[in-house]
Write a protein that binds this ligand. Structure first.
Ligand code: ADP
Ligand code: MG
Length: 440
């Protein structure tokens, strides 16, 4: 009697599903990545009961040809690579051809898809990986995939799931990260009938950061921009007042792919080291653009891990870039039309400076302005910083010409001085004053 069995396709797919989809959030991640790879400009994710009973991902991407749908659900079938050489220049998020087959093996999947060229869409249903139906339907171009009853036929895996609320939270994070790595795509996330996230697809990372992390963080971030021959860095880091006790606010993307990478975290933390206490972690949202030939993404089925060819170079570049952003003098901001707030949130204006505060503020404002003045006129003979302050302070007329008009968002002062308006971040000003005192 023989002991060695050849496993059937359904069993192989169920085992593979264990690697690719451990929990509902991974299903969402895979489906959203497929939508991104399909060139979608808008993606909606809807879930119920933490994604365990219901996940819907709808996109307006290129759709799947009717004749290709059976293939799409087969293991190791992909439209994204043809052979091993393609793996070294792959620019899509998927390429292993495992997601749809794995998801279908452990749930009931419904797909409605239509390409721009075809007149009719196709409504396709599989259950436990076995095709149940394929028929024509009227549908817009793009693809909708609905996943019901996840892990209904793998009860052990289902038992390992956490509460719907926790699983829903993981899904929310997965959608947020997809949105951050693709500011040019408009995302919408609906949980139990409620819209939890929308992004506008404007292409501006700062807009997505606002939608995902809110106003407080968005007001306290610094932009990074760096490029060299082998790679490019862009994104934002939080100022040193946006810290956490864990790395939850660190996000890295390599060629639009969310990655977990110790080297990148270590590089950012190295840049922050002189400014923050050990055990505190910064906010960052950093994208690296690099020739795909210099990275290896095929280390793990979920493709979260990544290896770099010029690891040390990237470490040095990134940590320096972070340090520079943190030490740079705050620039004078010119307001352009682009910067005007266009968000849905109601804006509250606070003009509530007490007389006792006014005195303190005007001193801070004066020191700030002195610094700005100095920065604006480099051609003048260099007055020592201290002298400049003394001059200003002793000339009472100068002092009087300041007028604090008000305060915005409990954060910015609007200051009238000579013929100009200044918008001053009071926290930054306070930090600057402390810094100048220390330097002196
Ligand atoms: P992979 O993404 O690694 O190629 P998947 O199993 O995730 O493998 O998907 C299989 C194939 O199905 C993809 O290569 C793609 O051609 C097609 N596909 C899946 N989802 C979509 C979608 N939302 N829009 C268009 N095509 C899709
Ligand atoms: Mg895929």
């Amino acid at each position: 009697m023989s002991y060695i069995n050849q496993l059937d396709e359904a069993t192989i797919n169920k085992i593979a599903a264990g690697e690719v989809v451990e929990r509902p959030a991974q299903v969402v991640k895979e489906l959203v990545e497929n939508s991104i790879d399909a060139g979608a400009g808008a993606i909606t994710v809807e879930i119920k009961e933490g994604g365990i009973s219901f996940i819907r991902v709808t996109d307006n991407g290129k759709g799947i040809e009717e004749d290709d749908i059976d293939n799409a659900f087969m293991r190791h079938s992909t439209s994204k690579i043809k052979n091993i050489d393609d793996l070294y220049c792959v620019t899509s998020l998927g390429f292993r051809g495992e997601a749809l087959s794995s998801i279908a093996a452990v749930s009931r999947v419904e797909m409605i898809t239509k390409t721009a060229e075809s007149i009719m869409g196709c409504h396709y249903i599989t259950e436990g990986g076995i095709k149940q139906q394929s028929e024509h339907v009227g549908a817009p171009s793009g693809t909708t995939i609905i996943v019901r009853n996840l892990f209904y036929n793998t009860p052990v895996r289902r038992k390992f799931l956490k509460t719907p609320m926790t699983e829903g939270g993981y899904i929310k994070e997965a959608v947020e990260r997809a949105a951050i790595s693709h500011p040019d795509i408009s995302f919408r996330f609906i949980m139990n009938g409620q819209i939890k996230l929308t992004t506008n697809g404007s292409g501006k990372l700062k807009d997505v950061i606002y939608s995902v992390y809110g106003r407080d963080i968005t007001m306290n971030i610094l932009e990074l921009e760096y490029s060299c021959q082998n790679y490019k860095i862009s994104g934002f880091i939080g100022k040193t007042n946006v810290l956490r006790g864990n790395r939850n606010l660190e996000a890295f993307f390599v060629n639009g792919r969310l990655v977990k990478n110790k080297l990148l975290s270590a590089a950012v933390e190295e840049g922050f080291k002189p400014f923050i206490m050990p055990g505190r972690y910064p906010f960052c949202c950093i994208g690296i653009t690099i020739d795909p030939a210099y990275i290896d993404v095929n280390i793990h089925p979920s493709k979260l891990e990544i290896k770099f060819m010029f690891g040390q170079q990237i470490f040095d570049g990134l940590s320096e870039c972070v340090r520079n952003a943190l030490t740079k003098r705050p620039p004078i901001i010119e307001i352009t039309d682009d910067d005007k707030p266009e968000k849905q949130e109601t804006v509250e204006y606070h003009v509530n400076i007490e007389p006792f505060e006014k005195k303190r503020f005007s001193e801070l404002v004066m020191e700030q302005t002195a610094l700005y003045e100095k920065a604006e006129k480099p051609q003048q003979e260099k007055p020592v910083q201290k002298d400049l302050f003394e001059d200003l302070k002793t000339e009472g007329t100068e002092k009087k010409s300041f007028n604090i008009v008000g305060q915005l968002f409990k954060t910015y002062w609007i200051v009238e001085y000579e013929e100009k308006m200044y918008i001053i971040d009071q926290h930054a000003a306070h930090e600057k004053v402390i810094y100048e005192k220390l330097v002196r």
